[in-house]
Design a protein around this ligand. Structure first.
Ligand code: HMH
Length: 221
């Protein structure tokens, strides 16, 4: 069926990998309460580094959106995303101090370095807007789905991690991810087959990097 949105087609086609990224053992362990706190602390320090390199990527996507002919609403959604990244950076600092993680001494691990390098390559003005916005959506959606899964009925999330799950699993964040997805689908619908396949390859890379990131957090990479 050619009428289904592009992102929907990708999700159907790559379900196993998508589930691998959103139902990782680390996420399941948060949900069932068996999470190893040293893994959580490792994730926290590494994710802080990741978010710091996510900002320039989002900024480059904002620039691309501002050059699109349209009603300018895309740019507003992305700008809102940048504002929440500002909050997120402060949240990480606060959370790190609660867990006695020193953010200034975190050494970026291989999976993180690779993921950050991938994002850096995508900041180039040569990278088409549909590719960038698809990547942006996928990165946010993986966290949204993962942490919303943690919060589903019957969870035994340790009290100390409840706030983390709510940060990405809350409804407002879900609505924001849906907006990003709608923007991506609208751009992809108008894109050339070459750009659509570049975006699909990049979507798959995001999922692979996310799986590697969780593996790194549990100490398996
Ligand atoms: C690794 N992926 C990773 N970290 C994040 N904070 C997000 C996605 C969502 O912002």
């Amino acid at each position: 069926d050619c009428k289904i949105p592009v992102t929907e087609a990708w999700m159907r086609k790559h379900r196993l990998l998508y589930d691998g990224a959103t139902r990782h053992t680390f996420i399941r362990s948060i949900r069932d309460g068996s999470v190893d706190f040293s893994s959580f602390k490792r994730w926290l320090g590494q994710d802080y580094i990741f978010v710091r390199s996510f900002v320039p990527f989002v900024a480059s996507t904002l620039v691309k959106s501002s050059k699109e002919s349209g009603d300018g609403l895309d740019m507003e959604v992305i700008l809102g995303g940048m504002a929440s990244l500002n909050d997120e950076i402060n949240w990480f600092k606060n959370e790190a101090s609660k867990f006695h993680v020193s953010l200034t001494s975190v050494v970026p691990q291989k999976a993180n370095i690779k993921y950050c390098r991938f994002l850096e390559n995508l900041t180039s003005s040569e990278v088409e807007y549909p590719v960038a916005i698809s990547v942006f959506w996928a990165i946010e959606a993986v966290y949204q789905e993962s942490f919303a899964h943690c919060l589903e009925e019957g969870h035994k999330i340790p009290e100390e991690l409840q706030e983390t799950c709510e940060r990405w699993g809350n409804e407002a964040f879900g609505t924001y991810c849906k907006s990003l997805r709608e923007i991506a689908d609208r751009c992809l619908q108008k894109a050339s087959p070459e750009v659509i396949s570049k975006a699909e390859v990049s979507f798959l890379s995001v999922l692979e990097h996310e799986v590697d990131f969780w593996n790194m957090s549990v100490g398996e990479a």
